[in-house]
Ligand binder design. Structure first.
Ligand SMILES: Cc1ncc(COP(=O)(O)O)c(C=O)c1O
Length: 406
């Protein structure tokens, strides 16, 4: 460093040092960051935006949970570092939630508490992937499913999913050499962004496939509780033998309207769980103790809160899908999640339609390309505003003559 002559040389060296790590440079553009800039510019002009971009629920957490947080705040113990092993009471609540909701048997040491499932998904990639490893990832997908492996130095191998096949990848057509080389398969049903669900037989197939090819099977179950018409999604761990290969990620963000709290957990194969805990031990001290205590109240909640939450999203889904169909789209009502995934009218690509809608109506939706190249030609509508705002969005779209023309 000191060989450089004068300040100019030092500046050159420093500028090189300021180059981001290759793992960051390899990431595809984060479309949502661009979208954020676009939204900020429009807001600065005084436009009343109806923001249906990010899947950040506006439904309040249960009152019992907020009350539990307030009282947990008064306990001095909760202000100290949390234990690396996790709160035993919270682990007990996870075990009984998993049994009650998904009929799966989880032991306390088969759980790990997370700062949201996104954190867990990314750090799991770092716990298991080496430079050049291959990860099988369906697409379009929640960005962390491919960005996590890229950050960890691995190569996502895209499994294309299309509407005709219910956005479920065909595992039978994966080249044998790719399947043998791969280290992980990441699935997530109900799915963000397409709102697709998967039947038990897909999970059976995924478990069999993972076992045959010695793969780690990740199931991201963030939308486990957001389903309609009594078609309850299943846990991958309910497939016999799944625990030999599978780790499943759960989130309180969507289920209990707690996205800002940052709390999730993973359950499943004890070795996979232990490695995730091991990497996290080196990175963080776990969530704020008061939040963990309050989250116990969430996992013990009565079904009434969850039924009301589902009814609220179902009502919004019906409002939006019916309106879109009046505008020329031909969309089936999604069976789960609070998303609607729609093709863009001809003459647009995903980003230009997002822009057009924003300029004409002040309604903002997510461009499908943010979820991978296969999302081009689609946008995702997140129903995370109250009914009156959804109605307002619909009315603005109709007034602006937005329609689907194939
Ligand atoms: C499929 C999926 N997994 C995980 C997450 C992240 O959730 P959390 O808030 O638990 O980090 C999201 C958030 O949108 C998601 O859509």
């Amino acid at each position: 460093m000191s060989e450089g002559k004068g300040f100019g040389a030092i500046r050159v060296i420093r500028e090189n040092n300021m180059e981001e790590a290759k793992r960051l440079q390899k990431l595809p553009t984060y479309v949502f960051a661009l979208l954020d800039k676009l939204k900020a510019a429009e807001r600065a002009k005084g436009l009343d935006l109806i923001d249906l971009t990010i899947g950040s629920p506006n439904i309040m957490p249960p009152k019992e949970v907020c009350d539990a947080l307030v009282s947990s705040l008064k306990d001095p113990k909760n202000h100290r570092y949390s234990s690396f092993e996790g709160d035993p009471e919270f682990k007990k609540a996870i075990v009984s939630w998993c049994k009650r909701k998904y009929k799966i048997d989880i032991k306390p040491d088969e759980t790990v508490t997370l700062l949201g499932s996104k954190e867990g998904l990314i750090h799991f990639a770092f716990a298991y992937l080496n430079e050049g490893d291959t990860v099988l990832v369906p697409s379009p997908a929640y960005p962390a499913h491919f960005r996590g492996p890229i950050l960890a130095g691995a190569e996502p191998y895209i499994l294309p999913t299309i509407e005709k096949d219910g956005f479920i990848p065909d595992l039978d057509i994966i080249d044998e050499s790719i399947a043998q080389k791969a280290k992980m398969l990441i699935i997530s049903y109900p799915t963000n962004p397409t709102a697709a669900t998967a039947p038990r037989k897909f999970f059976e197939k995924a478990v069999k496939f993972a076992k045959k090819h010695d793969l780690i099977l990740i199931h991201d179950f963030a939308y486990a509780e957001i389903y309609f018409d009594n078609e309850k999604p299943i846990s991958c761990l309910s497939i016999p033998g799944a625990k030999d290969v599978c780790i499943e990620f759960h989130s309180l963000s969507k289920t209990f309207g707690m996205a800002g709290w940052r709390l999730g957990f993973a359950v499943g194969n004890p070795k996979l769980i232990a490695s995730l805990r091991k990497i996290k031990t080196n990175l963080d001290y776990g969530p704020f103790g008061a939040i963990v205590k309050a989250s116990i109240a969430a996992l013990n909640i009565s079904d009434e809160y969850l039924d009301n939450m589902r009814n609220a999203y179902q009502k919004r889904r019906d409002l939006m899908v019916d309106a879109l169909n009046q505008m020329g789209w031909k969309i089936e009502k999604p069976k789960a999640t609070f998303y609607i995934w729609i093709p863009v009218p001809s003459g647009f690509d995903a980003m230009s339609f997002v822009n057009h809608l924003l300029q004409k109506t002040g309604v903002v939706v997510s461009p499908g390309v943010g979820f991978g190249d296969l999302g081009e030609g689609y946008v995702r509508i997140a129903l995370v505003e109250e009914d009156d705002r959804i109605k307002e969005a619909i009315s603005r779209m109709k007034k602006a003559g937005i329609k689907y023309n194939g």
